[in-house]
Design a protein. Structure first.
Length: 270
């Protein structure tokens, strides 16, 4: 038996918080593209057209994006103005028509799956701003699990640091999400022929980033030796297994993680 759905609209942030407090079980939505394959919530509040959530504010070391900025609006900034992993990841998402509708906040906040931009934002140490009406709080993307109760994701702060090695791969079928879908990111910088920073992230129906693992190669001399790569691959495989042991991942994804880490490390051998 069909059930009715109720759709609400907000004109500004004050309106959002008023409705969150006065309407029970209200779900905030953006472009609603994540609901293509599943039903809309019983009660939805659209924040897609709120001006305060559509800002793009460039700074020297980061860019602030409002949560309602569309993927196309980010893409239009151009490859030279964005981290390579973000620009490449956005171009792999659906098609231009959908990217005109889909929002950055919506890509992050999907409940059932870590979408395409999750791994790049995780690797880049993005920060998220949550507002409650009384206060705003920034938190590291590495700590993000879900939207705090009564809060709104209002801003995404994206570091724009340049990386000497930047690898992004989207895995799985092109136009659907299944148990083989995931995104992988590898970033590395060096100073005086030593690795100075290293980031590895992967996300799908799971999320993975292990800072202790990354630190094992900080200070390693370049070019990397095959022994150093082999030893690190053993550590990476173990860390990935431990982090995803409760997810029952498809074995193909585990092998792809190993292969992608190996490929990425080999970029540091010359």
């Amino acid at each position: 038996m069909a059930t009715s759905k109720t759709f609400f609209y907000a004109k500004n942030l004050a309106d959002v918080f008023y409705q969150l407090k006065t309407i029970s079980d209200l779900t905030i939505v953006g472009g609603c593209t994540s609901f293509v394959s599943r039903e809309l919530p019983e009660k939805s509040l659209s924040v897609r057209d709120i001006a305060e959530l559509k800002i793009i504010d460039k700074h020297e070391r980061y860019i602030d994006f409002g949560a309602a900025v569309t993927l196309s609006e980010i893409e239009e900034l151009g490859e030279s103005n964005l981290p390579a992993t973000i620009f490449t990841a956005i171009t792999t998402i659906a098609n231009p028509s959908l990217r005109n509708i889909a929002t950055l906040g919506g890509n992050i906040c999907s409940c059932a799956f870590c979408n395409t931009l999750f791994a790049p934002l995780l690797a880049l140490d993005a920060r998220l701003e949550f507002q409650t009406g009384e206060e705003s709080v920034f938190t590291s993307f590495t700590r993000f699990e879900e939207i705090p109760n009564g809060s709104l994701l209002s801003k995404i702060r994206l570091p724009t640091e340049e990386w000497e090695v930047s690898v992004f791969r989207r895995l799985g079928p092109k136009n659907e999400l299944n148990d083989l879908s995931a995104s992988f990111v590898f970033l590395a910088n060096s100073q005086k022929n030593q690795i100075s920073d290293l980031r590895i992230a992967m996300a799908g129906n799971f999320k993975f980033r292990n800072i202790d693992l990354e630190n094992k190669l900080i200070g390693a001399h370049l070019p990397l030796s095959q022994t150093a790569i082999s030893n690190f691959l053993l550590e990476a495989e173990s860390a990935f297994e431990e982090a995803t042991k409760e997810k029952k991942l498809n074995p193909i994804l585990k092998r792809q993680f190993w292969n992608l880490v190996k490929f990425s490390l080999e970029q540091l051998t010359y």
